[in-house]
Design a protein around this ligand. Structure first.
Ligand code: NAD
Length: 250
């Protein structure tokens, strides 16, 4: 992957930072994009071959500026990881339109806008988009009306991108992580939710950021050259187990 480039949104911490570090390790140059400028400057200052850009992925003007900066610096983009996301758990009746919009604009508008701005200078053929959804977008559960719906929409957006851009050689896939101990999860996973996840996940644990990054980087590699329009859950088996009746366990 030496000489190749990547853009990772939400790169200042968590899954986005782990993905950035793995890409750098592969020899790629990486554009690190995040709304949290202070954290972004802190982590990027110690890294080589990165272009750090403070951007809100839900703001069309900021996204256009960001894309021009990346185009001027990299010329071509080989991988785009739409990872920036926010979580907000609450019952439907307490989900105000403002809360709904905040989740939708980051988790769904963001990947749409960033992809639209970057695809014109992505490598054709050979480039790859990976959108980061969630197991919450695959199976409905209480409290996730906004978060789960945004991620379900993102799975479908990925398929739209795969179908429309396949003929110019751009692939698009989704990675749906299970629970990972990041700041996002710490904010919404109560002790009761944590215990229930451990119980419901066949591998009996949370994932780590690097395990999600491994799947993302694989999907961007030449090893995945015939894979497009797909969704991979990196979730310790949560999705495969379905509802899973505790009474039927041995
Ligand atoms: N951690 C989990 O358990 C989990 C599970 C499933 C899916 N995910 C998804 O993985 C992705 C990464 O999450 P994480 O757990 O690493 O979270 P995180 O909160 O540690 O990192 C998210 C990053 O996105 C940035 N961000 C938020 N809004 C932004 C915006 N509008 N513009 C630019 N940057 C923005 C934040 O500043 C932060 O640096 C998210 O899309 C999340 O929904 C996480």
């Amino acid at each position: 992957m030496a000489g190749k480039t990547a853009l990772v949104t939400g790169a200042a911490r968590g899954i986005g930072l782990a993905t950035t570090l793995k890409f750098l390790n592969e020899g790629r140059r990486v554009a690190m994009v995040d709304i949290d400028g202070e954290e972004l400057r802190k982590v990027s200052s110690g890294l080589k071959n990165v272009l750090a850009i403070e951007t809100d992925v839900s703001n069309p003007d900021q996204v256009d500026l960001m894309a021009s900066e990346i185009k001027a610096e990299f010329r071509t983009l080989d991988a785009l990881i739409n990872n920036a996301g926010v979580a907000d758990f609450g019952p439907i009746k307490e989900t105000t339109f403002a809360r709904w919009r905040r989740v939708m604009e980051t988790n769904l508008d963001g990947p749409f806008l960033v992809s639209q701005a970057c695809i014109p200078f992505m490598a054709q053929p050979g480039a790859a988009i990976v959108n980061i959804a969630s197991i919450s977008g695959l199976r409905a559960s209480t409290l996730r009306v906004a978060y789960g719906t945004s991620k379900a929409g993102l799975v479908h957006l990925t398929q739209q991108q795969a179908v429309e851009y396949g003929e110019i050689g751009i692939r698009a896939n989704t990675v749906s992580p299970g629970p990972v101990d990041t700041k996002l999860a710490l904010a919404v996973h109560t002790p009761a939710i944590r215990k229930a996840y451990h119980d419901a996940i066949p591998l009996n644990r949370y994932g780590i950021e690097q395990e999600i990054a491994n799947a993302i980087c694989f999907l961007c590699s030449d090893e995945a050259s015939f894979i497009t329009g797909q969704m991979i859950s990196v979730d310790g088996g949560f999705q495969a187990a379905g509802v899973g009746l505790p009474a039927l366990r041995t």
